[in-house]
Design a protein around this ligand. Sequence first.
Ligand SMILES: Cc1ncc(COP(=O)(O)O)c(C=O)c1O
Length: 376
Amino acid sequence: MSQAVSSAPYLTDGIKALKTGVLPLAAAEMRALHGEDLRLLNLNECPYPPSPATLEAIMRAAQGINRYPETRSTKLAAAMSRRTGVPADRIVFGIGSDELLNLLSQAALGPGDTIVAPTPSFPRYRLAAVVMGAKPILVPIDREGACDVNKLLAAVQPSTRILWCCTPNNPSGGQLDDARVARLVAGTPDDLILGIDEAYSEFGRHAGGPDVLAHVARRKGPWVVFRTFSKAYALAGMRIGYALCGSDEIADALRKVRTTFNVTDMAQQAALAALADEAYLKFILDSTARERRRLIEGFVKLGYKPLPSVTNFVSVDLGTNAWPVIDALLLHGVAAREWRDPGYETYLRVTVGTAEDTDAVLTALPLALKTQKKAG
Ligand SMILES: Cc1ncc(COP(=O)(O)O)c(C=O)c1O
């Protein structure tokens, strides 16, 4: 939905510059509209519920929610520090990594500043910059669907405060290799923040991708790596993500901007339990890799060229506008997603789900294409 630009004197120019976005419908809303058996492959969620141990931890924590949650997330930060090598007080938790991307933008950006960010990619880098009155400089991803490091570095201006990179990238699914991460880290000027969004890092590492954190830790200038429990840890609805910060100064800046009780105790306990349950993570990563392979092979058999994804989603250029195909897919019981970026109207993104989900997508897509041709 777009609307006339507001002239309200009480709103910031940044807010006025932003169009009203379309909020995604969540599982229950989608199922109420399109049927209980709808396969939810539109938001890159995990198709499996959290592990039994994680659900138990949530139930235990739920008994204390008449109290405000722990603000320092001490236990979770210590566990994450052991896992990542980043000092506990440089790890900041947020309401999903989405909130943390926003917090960094609030801490670093103002009118006259610029950010450099990939496109198509996660929209928050751009949206948060506009809200703060800063200008996004958007750099197209490469043909394989990974960020184009040389072009990102070349786009940096004296006014640039954050250089964003997303690897593996959403919605394309490609990731940077070791050499390109090294080039990105070495080539980013020390007077701006390198923000690396690794929401899909567990899938990327499982597919043989680089240790981005090891590279970025060598950097002299400021950096933040953003990760989440929403994807490989099956906790999207719990809303918990984390920022691994390169300095006390940056971690402190994020804490200054965040609200006091942002992450619930249920979310903190769920994350701790999920982190400890390595067997369950392995099950999810193995299952995702297997079904991703099947989905990619299936698309190829149908005559399409899917992008080479290492994530829990696969994108494909249908060669025809994806919107009517998405509507037709809904009629066949599958929720998928368009890319939304100008110039990419023919791209479809499908989350990797269970084996049954893969079968359903590969059956529904040819039917949906036929249906929408008839309607057209
Ligand atoms: C690249 C990327 N970054 C960040 C997020 C935000 O995830 P969350 O707020 O659930 O941690 C997403 C969610 O889809 C994503 O795809």
